[in-house]
Design a protein around this ligand. Sequence first.
Ligand code: M6R
Length: 612
Amino acid sequence: MCGIIGFVGKEPAAPILLDGLARMEYRGYDSAGVAVRSETAGLQIRKTKGRLQVLSDLIHGGADLDGSLGIGHTRWATHGEPNDINAHPHVSENGRIALVHNGIIENYMELKEHLMRQGVHFTSDTDTEVVAQLLEFHYNECHNMLEAVGRCLRRIEGSYAFGIICADYPNALIAARKDSPLIIGYGKNGNFIASDVTAIIKYTRDVAYMDDGEIAVLTADSVDVFDDEMSPVEKAHSTIDWDVSAAEKGGYAHFMAKEIMEQPEAIRKTVSPRIRDGRVVLDDLHLPEEYVRGLSRIFVIACGSSYHVGVVSKYIWEKLLRRPVEVVLASEFRYSDPLVDERTLVIVISQSGETLDTMAAMREAKRRGGRTLAIVNVVGSSIAREADDVLYTWAGPEIAVATTKAYSTQLVLMDLVGLYLAEKLGTVAEDEYEAILSEMQLLPDKMQRFLDHTEDIQYFASRYFNHGSVFFIGRNLDYAMGLEGSLKLKEISYIHSEAYASGELKHGTISLIESGTLVVALGTYAPLFDKAMSNVVEVKARGAEVLALTTEDFREKMEKTADATIAVPVTHPLLQPSLGVVPLQLFAYYVALQRGCDIDKPRNLAKSVTVE
Ligand code: M6R
C-alpha cells in the first residue's frame, strides 16, 4: 500500500526512481510523484494524479530532472482524495524538506492543529504533510536533520516508512520505519531505499531489512543505521536470489496471466524440497514433540485470499489432525479477545508478510502466549521476521494484485504442515498419508495438463462476461474454494458475486435465482458429488444458467444437467481444491479481459495492505 523509493549516488536519480516505482505500482496507483535535488535548481518536486505513466510523461522519463539524490512515491490514498496536491512527496512550508510516506499517522489532526496554532500553513488533506511541517519545525529548533527526524518520530503515532531529503543536506537520504516495510539496497553506484526489493533488484541484490524504530542515513557510498535511541546498529545483509525477469511480464499480456501459468512450477518448488524418502520434512519448523502432543486448539488468521486458504485448510486439517481448527479474519481476531494460551498454535498466512491486520493479529496472539507459525511468500518481510517459526512459499515475486500462485503455494504448504502434524499426532493412517503425499507430487503435472488447454474457459468467459451478478455454490471443500473463485471474479471484473454453501441456498438466497442468473456450481469434491448435483438441479429448476466445475471422472454426469461444464484432472479428494481453483482464476481473468478491465491493477485495490 503505497510504494516508496529513494536513491543517492553517482547517477541521475529520476530515471531510477521512475523505474523502481513502475515495478512497485501494484502497491498503489492513484497518483505518483518524485522529488530530486539538483545543484542548480534545489529541490524539484513533480507529482500528479493518475498512473505513473502520467508522471513519467510529465518529466520526460526523468530527463527533465537533474540530480542524483531523490525520492519517489506511488500512492494508494487514505487521507485525502487522489489529486495532484495530496500526491507525495510532501514539502515543508519553506520548501527545503521533502518526504514520501507509506503508512498512516494516527495523531495527525492533533499535530496539525498544534502546528497551525504556530502559524504553519497546510496545502493538502493528508496525514503525511503534517510530518513534513513537523520536521521543519524541529529542524528550525536544532539545525540538525537527523536530530529533527528523531524528535519528530518521538511525537508521531501510527505506522510509517519514510524517505526524506533536505536541501541543506545535498548528499544525504534519510529513511525511517515503523510497521511499514522498508529495505536498504547497497549498490555500486549509490544506495537505495524501497518498500519492496522488486524496485531495486535491477541495481543490487545486496539488501538489509530495516527494523521498527530504526533510522538510516544514506549517502552515495555509506549507509549508517541507528536505533530509536540513536545508537548505531550493525545491519545484517541479505542477498536476493531471484532474477529480475521473475518480476517482469515475460511476453504475457498481464502479470496475472503469467502468474497463473507459473503455478505448476511454484507448487513444485514449494513441495519438492519438503518431501524426503516419502515423508514430509520441515527443517525450518521447530515445534517440540510435546508441544504438538499438548496442542489444545489451532487458529488460522489471515486476510482476503490467504484467509480463503485457511478455510480450505480447516476442512483438511480437522480431518487429518482431529483437532479443532478455527479460521478467523485477522481484522476480527485482533479485537475479539481471542482464547489463546500456551497450548494454542496460531498459523498466520500472508503472501506479502506485511498485511497490517495480520501482523497485528499475530502480535496479539503472541502477547497472549500463543505460538505463531507464519506461512509467507516474501522473504524477510515483517511477519516472517516476527513469527516464532516461518515456512516460505516459494512462489517467487507476485505482482498482480489478484493473487493466484501465492494462493496455490500457500494451500499446498498448509497441506504439508497438516500432514506433518498429523503424523506427529498419530491421527493419520499410513496409507492415507502416502496417498496424499504421492498425489501432491503429481499436482504440478496435472495442473500443467489442464493449463495447456484453456480454450473452453475463454469461450465460457465470452459467453458469460455480461452477467451482472454471479453465485458460486458448493459444499465442504468446494464451498471453501468457491470463496476464492468469487473474490477473484469481483476484484478484477467488478461483477458482483457471492459464494454460498449449497446447503444454505434454500434458507434465503435461492430467492435471488431467476431466469438467466449465472450460477457457478462447484462439484469437484467426490464424496459429496451427488449432493452437488442435486443443488444444480435445484437452481436449474428456478431458471439459473449453470456453469459447472467438476472432475474428469464426473464430467459426463455433470454435462447432462449443467449448461456448461469444465473438468479438472482427478487427484486425492483433499487436494482437489488445488486443481479446482485454477479454472476459477482463469474464468475471472478472461471475463475481466472481455470487460476491458485493468486486470493487474484493479480499481481501489493495492497488493500489500499496510493500513488498517
Ligand atoms: O499479502 P497477504 O496475503 O497478507 O494479503 C491478504 C489479502 O490482502 C490478499 O489476499 C487479497 O485479498 C488479494 N488481492 C486477493 O487476490
